[in-house]
Ligand binder design. Structure first.
Ligand SMILES: [Zn+2]
Length: 406
């Protein structure tokens, strides 16, 4: 009897008695200063179970990964865990996304096909263009459940100048997301809501924009209620991420965005559930951190060549290193990083090609190792002649990387 019990406990532990599920929400175009000023009791309560942090979008200002603070590039930063130089979405027309950088949905569907995925969205293109559902170039990825496209249904949602129809669609989307999460508990879901951005564009910093944020807070409360129901009734652990795709410019009074000002680049992340790690609490976080966090939490290991391409660092779980930097002087390349965990060594890897971008493979050379705590390594590039390098610093728990162009 005792042996059987031990055996059962072993089975439960090895199979993971709880299943880990994730919902991420993008509330469009809410700058951090406004978000922090407006009362959001529901999101405050959600953050209490995990954490809250300011974050940034826009890649490296003035650097090779600079990305416009525009909606679709912002969403794609999140769902691919990379900046525009990789995912190649520069505007809302989404002309030529590079699907070689997998979307979150492709990661989940390919690496953990038994998991159920869902999308609830006030913009159809998120599924059809950014994720690229059903497209061969995007791996024929299929999302198990979708609830979107209502902006095209002008009968049910007649378009009005005040854009109340967008609010109505957001409500429609949130109500279905809450219902579906409560009933089915999908493993990985994206909820996208637009009304806050519409109010920002029309009215800038104003009571109308504040009200739209209050409404979004109420909507988040409903989704959180569904999650709490699941956690109480089922053997499930959930994480919820709520974030935004960009801030807004001060010069326009909060109406516009797209540039690289602090207020356009500064965003925020509400994290429900999960134990924030030292990277979350001590370092500057970014929208690209959400994808690796979600995959980590769900226990989906990312293949090494794909992990090397991710621009984000997990916000929960063990992390070795973050904040990679490179400084080139002549043939001397100084590679530095922030050690989050001082234990162990890091490997410094170098590739002189970017075949990955075209669906191929890059061969990395290990050019040395260093103590994680050393935080710096110097490479003599004269031994590896090229105009272009991909540098990867690989720690015990995660890797970070950068491009270097001569
Ligand atoms: Zn936006």
């Amino acid at each position: 009897m005792k042996n059987l019990l031990v055996f059962l406990l072993f089975i439960m532990a090895s199979a993971g008695a709880f299943s880990q599920k994730v919902v991420f929400v993008i509330i469009d175009g809410v700058e951090a200063e406004v978000f922090e000023r407006v009362a959001t009791p529901n999101m405050d309560a959600i953050a209490k179970t995990g954490g809250y942090t300011r974050a940034y979008v826009g890649g490296e200002r003035g650097g090779y990964s600079e990305t416009p603070t525009i909606s679709a590039p912002g969403y794609n930063n999140l769902i691919t865990g990379t900046w525009g130089n990789k995912h190649n979405v520069w505007g809302n027309s989404i002309k030529a996304p590079n699907y070689n950088y997998w979307s979150a949905f492709r990661f989940v569907e390919e690496l953990a096909p038994a998991k159920e995925t869902a999308i609830f969205s006030t913009w159809l293109d998120n599924r059809t263009k950014l994720v690229g559902e059903g497209l061969q170039a995007a791996g024929n990825v299929m999302i198990d459940y979708h609830f979107d496209g209502f902006e095209l249904d002008e009968k049910a949602f007649p378009h009005d100048k005040e854009r109340l129809f967008i609010h109505n669609i957001d409500e429609h989307v949130v109500n279905d997301a809450s219902r579906y999460i409560k009933e089915k508990g999908p493993d990985f879901s994206w909820v996208y809501l637009e009304y806050t951005d519409d109010m920002g564009h029309a009215h800038g910093n104003s009571e109308k924009t504040d009200d739209a944020i209050h409404t979004a807070d109420d909507q988040m409360g409903r989704i959180w209620e569904a999650i709490q129901y699941r956690q109480k009734e089922k053997a499930e652990q959930w994480m919820m991420f709520i974030t935004t795709d960009h801030g807004r410019s001060a010069e326009s009074g909060g109406k516009d965005h797209g540039g690289q000002s602090d207020r356009e680049r500064t965003t925020w992340i509400v994290m429900g559930g999960g134990q924030p790690n030292a990277y979350f609490t001590k370092e500057q976080n970014a929208i690209v951190d959400i994808l690796p966090t979600a995959l980590n939490f769900m226990g989906i290991p990312v293949p090494r060549e794909r992990a090397y391409e991710l621009d984000g660092v997990p916000l929960v779980g063990k992390v070795s290193i973050a904040q990679p930097k490179t400084d080139l002087a002549g043939d001397k390349l100084r590679v530095s990083w922030k050690a989050i965990d001082l234990e162990g060594d890091v490997k410094i890897l170098l590739a002189t090609t970017d075949n990955f971008e075209a669906g191929g493979t890059d061969v990395y050379t290990e050019v040395g190792t260093a103590k994680a705590g050393a935080e710096v390594f110097e490479i003599d590039l004269s031994r590896y002649p090229s105009d272009f390098y991909k540098v990867v610093i690989e720690g015990r728990y995660n890797s970070v990387g950068r491009w270097v162009k001569r």
